[in-house]
Design a protein around this ligand. Structure first.
Ligand code: SF4
Ligand code: SF4
Length: 391
């Protein structure tokens, strides 16, 4: 593969909010201190070097970009104050924009005002759409899916998910192709024999189970805030609770939909707190709110410090998550108190609009790391399996 040199790469990265990485003189301190670097993934110095020499395609197609959890330890040890942790975060946003062929991610990252206007317009568009199709507000009993017909919410959700799926699958496919090319991994090596398939399955389990769900290396290796921080505000815990909360809510929504199709329980019908799907949704919602709230607090605390810069899309992602959780709980509360709280109809409308926007922005905001990181971790797992086999 011919390497294409982009002489404006560092300038372009700075448009995504990065620091001037030219201050780096390649001493390697950052790589030495990084708890996640090893023979199968060396960073951040190597990636900084790629940026300095303009190898943008190499940079975005590096699995190491997604193996970093942004702990900031490398920045603390950099003698040049080049802020390598900030560079890694910026390069990830740059990669998200690179793999989004619509240009929306680039717009939202490099033109904050336009991006904010676009996000606001999308939210309003959903709100106006649901307002125009909303029906009467029943003042006697709270029937949310009479106010906004269930079929409309369902069909809009399917359209949004289809759009998201197209952009996400394209991005995931391009990233997987680039990492495989860069690391010299062929289809034959992944699936060509029973042994290859066994190693591929192990790498998949490593990426999805051990790392994405279990957060093993984040929990055990990233000791940046231990023992300084109490357990309740450690980074791996708030990251895990946010992820588990989001997945739990997704599972509860899907199960609720399944129960409706099977005719067991109509969506939106009040059920006791111990009803399994409701219990799952409540616990997951609490976990999500807890994690996102601490993310926001920690971001504000780190503002102005090395490695503590936030991009507008970081905040957009957090606010959408937080608002979807808050409006969800307000609706939950309104469903179970007497007399009927008619404001809940408008909270429901806001909840649906925010949830739709959150899903729609998956491939364009920081949210996208949730789909790219498992791809990179899969190839990291493949590399580990290959290293173990040849040892
Ligand atoms: S980013 Fe800093 S610590 Fe890392 S290689 Fe460059 S100068 Fe050294
Ligand atoms: S931010 Fe943490 S995980 Fe990322 S490169 Fe720096 S030390 Fe490694």
């Amino acid at each position: 593969m011919t390497a294409v040199v982009n002489p404006n790469l560092i300038t372009d990265l700075q448009r995504f909010g990065g620091t001037d990485i030219n201050a780096c003189f390649s001493c390697g301190n950052c790589t030495a201190i990084c708890p996640l670097t090893d023979n199968d993934a060396m960073f951040p110095r190597r990636l900084i070097r790629l940026a300095q020499v303009g190898l943008g395609d190499e940079l975005v197609g590096s699995k190491e970009l997604w193996t970093c959890y942004g702990c900031g330890m490398c920045t603390d040890r950099c003698p040049q104050e080049a802020d390598p942790a900030e560079f890694m975060g910026t390069a990830r946003q740059y990669a998200i924009a690179h793999y989004d062929r619509s240009g929306i991610a680039r717009l939202m990252n490099t033109r904050p005002v336009l991006g904010a206007l676009f996000a606001t317009a999308m939210g309003l568009l959903f709100a106006v759409f649901f307002t125009t199709i909303s029906r009467h507000q029943n003042p006697d009993v709270l029937r949310l899916f009479e106010f906004i017909p269930y079929e409309v919410v369902h069909t809009t959700g399917i359209v949004v998910m289809a759009l998201v799926a197209v952009f996400s699958l394209l991005g995931i496919g391009f990233l997987a192709r680039d990492i495989a090319r860069r690391d010299g991994i062929t289809r034959e090596q992944l699936f060509g024999s029973a042994e290859a398939r066994r190693r591929t399955a192990k790498a998949l389990w490593y990426a999805l189970g051990i790392e994405s769900l279990g957060q093993k290396r984040y929990r055990e290796d990233c000791q940046d805030d231990q023992p300084v921080e109490p357990l309740y505000r450690r980074r791996w815990l708030i990251h895990s609770l946010t992820l588990w909360g989001f997945l739990g809510l997704l599972a509860a929504t899907t199960l609720d939909y399944g129960l409706d199709i099977l005719g067991i329980k109509a969506t939106g019908t009040p059920v006791p707190i111990w009803y399994p799907v409701r219990l799952l949704g409540t616990v997951a919602g609490l976990a999500l709110m807890y994690g996102v709230t601490w993310f926001m607090i920690r971001r504000r605390e780190r503002a102005g410090q090395p490695g503590g810069r936030s991009r507008p899309t970081d905040w957009l992602f957090l606010w959408l998550l937080w608002l979807s959780g808050l409006t969800g709980f307000l609706i939950e509360a309104a469903l179970y108190v007497e007399p009927v709280q008619t404001w809940a109809y408008w909270v429901f409308l806001a909840h649906v609009a925010v949830a739709m926007e959150l899903c729609l922005f998956l491939p364009f905001t920081k949210f996208a790391h949730a789909m790219y990181r498992p791809v990179a971790l899969f190839f990291y797992g493949v590399e580990r399996e290959r290293s173990a086999a040849s040892a």
